[in-house]
Design a protein around this ligand. Sequence first.
Ligand code: MRU
Length: 370
Amino acid sequence: MENALNLDTVVLAEDRKHVVILDQTLLPNECKYLTLNKGEDIWEAIYSLRVRGAPAIGVAGGYGYYLLADQTDTEDMDAFVEACRKNMEYLNSARPTAVNLSWALNRMHGVLLAEKEGKTVAEMKQRLMKEADDIREEDIQISRNIGAYGYELLEKLGKGVGVMTHCNAGTLATAKYGTALAPIYIALEHGWDGKKDLHVYCDETRPLLQGARLSAYEMQAAGVDTYVQCDNMASYTMRAGKIGIIFVGCDRVAANGDFANKIGTSGVAILAKHYGIPFYCCAPSSTIDMTLSSGDEIVIEQRKAEEVTEMWYEKRMAPEGVGVVNPAFDVTDHSLVTGIITEKGIAYAPFQESFEKMGIRPVEKFVDKK
Ligand code: MRU
């Protein structure tokens, strides 16, 4: 089984004209890469979760912005900027909740607006390629830093600790290492024995099974003692004393520390509070949206009913015509959160103050405006 750290989730192809995406809908059974350069194909790959996880879709958005800019056939800078603006809005419409997509697109567009004066369109295209590469490179370092802070918490709990996670916030969800699973990779680098010193419990994460398919694969391939549990088994393992700490990822954090993550996360947080288990959200600072005062302002993506009633079943398993609820994310209240682990350190309540001390500020938005 290939260690997932050796798989590139999203990179620019050697020809610099295509983006290469690992198709995560096929994992863990098949490891297939897609080589894309059309806007609709990149949009579809993000919408269909072929590339998924907040930081990874940010990287895909950056490369998508660059490739569509590169394909824009004009020498006129105003026409170029307008084409890029339209492409940015189009790509951003693929998924609404994870801020990293709009964050990366805003960053690309901000560079174009700030640096276009005195440059040709061809020069700006080169500059945008570099910016997209930078977003990816920075994500690797950010994930390592999050992992290092999370590892300090694991060290305090000691070897043999049980870690619960929800959805997949591992290397597959980022450029490398992940957020919630990064502390595990760092512990292994420090010589922890994956079979004895760490026990990872992955919630299967209905309806798209990112926990069972992706987190379980990553952890097992890394040599960690790994368990899959159905989402409704979390209380059982917590009560049984198997869980020492919970690490989850997130898609958007509001200024007050409320955060959106994969559907089911808030239930895990409520259980953790009941059992007195530390519950940490792991987030690159780009996931913190200081323009939102609370989680009530986060737009929650609603997805197709068939994901609940048909996908993964040989035959449709729910009655035809029944109503279906399928929000892709939920909001965890900040009062349930022990800490938010960023690449700049761990934020504690009151979160807004803690974020501000870390220098995290609202960023200018060209898309994703309220
Ligand atoms: O719908 P997905 O698979 O993109 O959802 C992913 C999550 O909810 C992750 O926990 C989150 O994006 C953080 S990834 C580091």
